[in-house]
Design a protein around this ligand. Structure first.
Ligand code: ZN
Length: 200
């Protein structure tokens, strides 16, 4: 199965891009202007230029006894559908710490990150474009407890059919993992283990 790294969400919503209309620095109304050949919103008073970039996130393919952990989503995006655990990277954290934090918040498990499996672009709507790092991990502690943006957890094996998935990219990642022997790129060992202290 060939790797895919670009996904456009089918039936994505067209919505107004959530951008500033007034300058976040000085409060002046922003104007459209060409900046290096691209149409941007700019502030004529202080020179602020509004750049739009993808949001960066991580998802974790968490293995246990040949199975993969899925969670049912209950947040704002595609609630009720299933996905791999994960989320956005905070500005003050690296992507590996973000993975430890998100998995603990959403599943209750402490993990060891084993490898970097892939990186995918996901165009989810006209205002949501994510760049997601896909990590493979195993459980080192904790107990199953859905939380944050997930309200139910489920283990699936290679023989199981997938439930209604939120993202085509997750479906691809899981099928590719079960179909191939690719184990990805190694991880910086300083961040592979859980940075959280385990009780007991
Ligand atoms: Zn300004």
């Amino acid at each position: 199965m060939e790797a895919r790294q670009f996904f456009i969400q089918p039936h994505r919503k067209e919505e107004n891009i959530k951008i500033h209309r007034y300058c976040p620095r000085c409060g002046e109304k922003l104007e459209n202007a060409l900046v290096e050949g691209t149409d941007r919103s700019v502030c004529a008073v202080c020179g602020f230029i509004q750049y739009l970039n993808p949001s960066t996130g991580v998802v974790v393919l968490l293995e246990g006894d040949g199975r993969i952990l899925l969670g049912r989503r209950c947040g704002r995006v595609l609630s009720g559908r299933w996905s791999l655990p994960g989320g956005y990277i905070n500005f003050d954290e690296d992507f590996l710490s973000a993975a430890h934090r998100e998995v603990l918040e959403e599943t209750g498990f402490h993990i060891r990150i084993l490898s970097i499996l892939s990186v995918v672009t996901n165009v989810i709507s006209s205002s949501l474009h994510t760049l997601v790092i896909v990590l493979r991990a195993e459980i080192t502690g904790g107990a199953a407890q859905p939380g944050d943006d997930l309200d139910e957890l489920m283990w699936i094996s290679a023989q199981d059919s997938l439930p209604e998935m939120a993202f085509e990219s997750d479906r691809h990642i899981i099928r590719r993992f079960f179909d191939s022997s690719s184990f990805g790129a190694p991880v910086d060992p300083r961040f592979a283990g859980s940075p959280y202290n385990l009780p007991g």
